[in-house]
Design a protein around this ligand. Structure first.
Ligand SMILES: Nc1ncnc2c1ncn2[C@@H]1O[C@H](COP(=O)(O)OP(=O)(O)O)[C@@H](O)[C@H]1O
Ligand SMILES: N[C@@H](CCC(=O)OP(=O)(O)O)C(=O)O
Length: 386
């Protein structure tokens, strides 16, 4: 028995990764009952007031069943074809399972490149946040059709971590066919000891983890341990637990310490905020009025166009820009949703006028709070917030 409370209890935004082995009948196509069970458990977490993003594998396994292939192909083009065929079944199954709980789901297919490109990264983020705001469950998988071996994330454990970083999730739950992480592969060593709690990124964990245990799964424990390390860089805690444990998600949400919990070291600062803070040369500056400075510093709010009095420099949507007070002292920086040209047109105007000025209103905020880092203390010193 573990004597700690699961971090899932206090987590508000959670990425849940479900591996192929938990969605299929021994790799032979999707198991609708399993999908029904996952959607019920996610509905239970929603009732606990948590935002859930599902990273689901299973497209290749379902595609193989639909194409009547008995063994997993090796050729990239065949894997991609299977994924393309199977992804439809996967989404179809989730769509009807969530509908029975009066919930909507959305399909998000991502590649490594989408997240390496700043604009596409920002668009993916904005879309996922909007879906969460609307109460929709985003279902994410890798866009297998367009990726080659070299640029493939390759396993959904890594994708789960990348998505956790993207939306700054509090927790990443990786569900698999084992109770969690042991100090060696329990399939080969019956005396393997179970790890309840450890720090993500501890090099000892990598030595314990082996490859995939089944012909269905891809990564094994090693990709899960590495995913935990990656998720920790934006502060998320990872839980590796058995998907066969009854009501596992709901119980984790209630604080039961099921599985292995890999916590981020307390000192870790959000990687994205670090990235913004590290920008030395910014392409532009927004000068804010007093009210906007207060909203950012004291109230933790997003920046709206109405609070901007001047735009200096040239920049595009997605660039990191500085926000200054009327004395040109930098108080914050963040990813802007509007170019310099558009900002000049909408500054000093309330949000409800953006559409009539620009012809559309893609984002209500000029810089969303989630995309901003404060770079001053109340004394206007230049130290970055931690
Ligand atoms: N130290 C370890 N502790 C637990 N499982 C391990 C360990 N090393 C390797 N494994 C293997 O990892 C497998 C889970 O990974 P994988 O087959 O990729 O599943 P999934 O499809 O859920 O991602 C387990 O079935 C197990 O055999
Ligand atoms: N994109 C692939 C996922 C591959 C994968 O990581 O599978 P798994 O190791 O079972 O989580 C699919 O949908 O089949």
């Amino acid at each position: 028995m573990s004597d700690f409370v699961s971090s899932v209890a206090t987590a508000k935004r959670i990425v849940v990764k479900v591996g192929s082995s938990l969605l299929t009948n021994d790799g032979q196509g999707l198991d609708p009952q399993a999908i029904g069970e996952w959607s019920s458990q996610i509905a239970a977490l929603r009732r606990q007031n948590k935002q859930i993003i599902l990273v689901s594998s299973g497209a290749i396994a379902e595609g193989m069943a639909r194409l009547k292939w008995k063994t997993r192909p090796k050729a990239m083009s065949e894997l991609q074809a299977a994924a393309a065929v199977g992804q439809m079944g996967l989404i179809q199954a989730y769509e009807s399972a969530f509908a029975s709980h009066n919930m909507r789901a959305a399909q998000i297919l991502l590649t490594h490149e989408d997240l390496a490109d700043r604009l596409r990264y920002l668009n993916a983020r904005t879309t996922i946040f909007k879906l969460l705001e609307l109460g929709v469950i985003p279902i994410v998988n890798e866009n297998d059709t367009v990726v080659t071996d070299e640029i493939r994330l390759g396993d959904n454990d890594t994708l789960g971590a990348v998505v956790s970083n993207l939306i700054e999730a509090d927790a990443l739950i990786i569900l698999t066919d084992q109770r969690g992480l042991y100090d060696s592969d329990p399939r080969n060593n019956p005396d393997a000891r179970f790890i309840h709690l450890a720090t993500a990124g501890d090099p000892a964990l990598q030595k314990m983890a082996g490859g995939a245990g089944s012909h269905i799964g891809t990564g094994g424990m090693l990709t899960k341990v590495l995913a935990a390390q990656r998720a920790a860089s934006s502060g998320a805690t990872t839980i590796i637990a058995s998907g066969r444990e009854e009501r596992v998600l709901e119980r984790l949400g209630l604080g039961e310490a099921i599985g292995t919990e890999l916590r981020a070291a307390p000192s870790l600062r959000s990687a994205r905020k670090q990235w913004m803070a590290d920008h030395l040369r910014l392409p532009g500056k927004l000068v804010l009025d007093e009210g906007a400075c207060k909203a950012l510093i004291d109230q933790g709010k997003s920046l709206l166009a109405v609070g901007v009095t001047d735009v200096i420099g040239e920049f595009e949507r997605g660039d990191v820009v500085a926000c200054t007070d009327s004395q040109h002292r930098e108080i914050a920086r963040g990813l802007t949703n509007y170019s310099a040209a558009d900002t000049r047109r909408i500054m000093r105007h309330p949000t409800n006028e953006i559409e009539s000025i620009l012809g559309n209103c893609r984002d209500e905020e000029l810089i969303h709070r989630n995309n901003m880092v404060l770079v001053q203390t109340s004394k206007h010193t230049a130290s970055a917030e931690s």
